[in-house]
Write a protein of this length. Structure first.
Length: 412
């Protein structure tokens, strides 16, 4: 009877996949509701590792996996994803809403073309056709799942408008083969499930600061990444809203261009990137690295209505010689803890507070903490989490100390 939402509080790659897998046992269904195959949600559990692009990360927990219509699906990538998942998960229940818009090869090509045209001011997209496909949907020319199934797709407009020569007939046939076994009225199923007292988890992709309205426009993605979109996308009324779980990485990362006030100098970023394996799960690109950014997190908390937080990758900060948090920004000589509009953010200078560095944690140390609980964590680590709780005024419920499912500690 309640729909909780997992939200990324930064620029994506906060570790939402791990969090969704970890809390999945509490829910009947897991629903992806935004983005498309630009996402890469990695789950490492039971000796298996899988990066999800469209399919919700609850797959290993044998949950109902649902794709809401406000998402985008690229049938070719989805087909590969389904085939790969079959190799590691024997059975899974997957349904895709019939209203879901599809990404065609025209949009993938257009994404590249627009990035090339923009040149120095390119966004650094994942080149998965996301922006153009949400545009085609707004233009009311792109096919939805139901159009492919009924053969009701007229590609002539595409050919003229996007100036693309492509065998759309063959594409539609292939897409139909992939989608026909999964197409469903997801909205109706979800509503019934909630009416029957079941619990639902919405899994967002990307992060709050990549939201096309509230993020660092134009360096953003093209679907909403904030909690309210879960309801718009799935057609579920707000009255079913449960809690909003914010996922925040212990430091900041960003792929692609755009302002990032707390970005570290490359010499230090390199160390964190290597130990945190900060390379894009979808594109393999090295991620930009920064210290935790409190004004940005406060903003994300406000927009999403974050009820509790899950801090990931805290182990990665252990062993660094320094530990800093951007607590405010200095903008044109004034200090503020408000997150400004993107063009102002470009000028924001982070004001840091230094905390006592966390001593290096080896595998044995982490196992010790997992076994003996949060109380046994190093005092510097507990101080860091307390500092975040106090400044953000959000309860931190769990801390993640490694990619594997087991490496999770409840914060008491
Ligand atoms: P697009 O979503 O491919 O159009 O990319 C727009 C911006 O969002 C770029 O900066 C991408 O790097 C970023 N982005 C898109 N998806 C993700 C994601 O899943 N994780 C992190 N960044 C992303
Ligand atoms: Mg990712």
């Amino acid at each position: 009877m309640r729909a909780d939402i997992v939200i990324g509080m930064q620029w994506g790659d906060e570790g939402k996949g791990k969090v969704v897998d970890y809390i999945a046992p509490l829910y009947t269904s897991i629903v992806r509701f935004n983005g498309g195959p630009n996402a890469g949600h990695t789950v490492i559990a039971d000796g298996r590792s899988f990066t999800f692009h469209h399919i919700p990360a609850g797959a290993f927990m044998r949950k109902k996996l649902l794709i809401a219509p406000g998402m985008l699906v690229n049938p070719e990538i989805l087909n590969e994803e389904i085939e790969s998942l079959k190799k590691v998960a024997s059975e899974f229940y997957l349904k895709i809403d019939i209203r879901t818009s599809l990404i065609t090869p025209a949009e993938v090509e257009l994404d590249k073309k627009i990035e090339d045209l923009k040149g120095a001011s390119s966004i650094g997209t994942t080149l998965r056709g996301i922006g153009p496909a949400y545009s085609s949907k707004a233009l009311r020319i792109s096919p939805r799942v139901s159009d492919v199934l009924s053969g009701n797709f007229d590609a002539s407009i595409y050919k003229k408008l996007y100036n693309i020569e492509f065998d759309f007939g063959a594409w539609v046939q292939k897409a139909k083969k992939t989608l026909s076994g999964y197409a469903f009225d997801v909205r109706e199923e979800l509503l019934k499930s909630l009416e029957n007292g079941e619990k639902v988890l919405f899994e967002s992709a990307q992060g709050t600061l990549l939201d096309p309205i509230y993020g660092t426009y134009p360096y953003v993605t093209s679907s909403n990444t904030t909690s309210a979109y879960a309801f718009v996308s799935s057609g579920i009324p707000f009255k079913y809203a449960g809690k909003v779980i914010g996922v925040l990485k212990a430091y900041t990362t960003r792929v692609g261009k755009g302002p990032m006030p707390s970005e570290m100098p490359e010499s230090l970023a390199k160390t964190v990137r290597e130990s945190g394996k900060e390379y894009g799960a979808t594109t393999g690109r090295p991620r930009r690295i920064g210290w935790l950014d409190l004004p940005a997190l406060k903003y994300a908390k406000e927009i999403n209505g974050i009820d509790e937080a899950f801090i990931t990758k805290l182990d990665v900060l252990s062993g660094l010689n320094e530990l800093k948090v951007a607590v405010t920004y200095a903008i044109d000589g004034k200090e503020t803890d408000r997150f400004p509009s993107p063009e102002v953010l470009e000028r924001a200078q982070p004001v840091y507070q230094s905390l006592e560095p966390i001593p290096k944690l080896g595998t044995d140390d982490i196992s010790h903490i997992i076994k003996n609980g949060w109380i046994s964590a190093p005092v510097q680590m507990k101080n860091y989490v307390d500092f975040i709780e106090e400044n953000l005024r959000v309860k931190v419920s769990y801390v993640s100390l490694g990619a594997e499912r087991e490496r999770t500690v409840k914060v008491d």
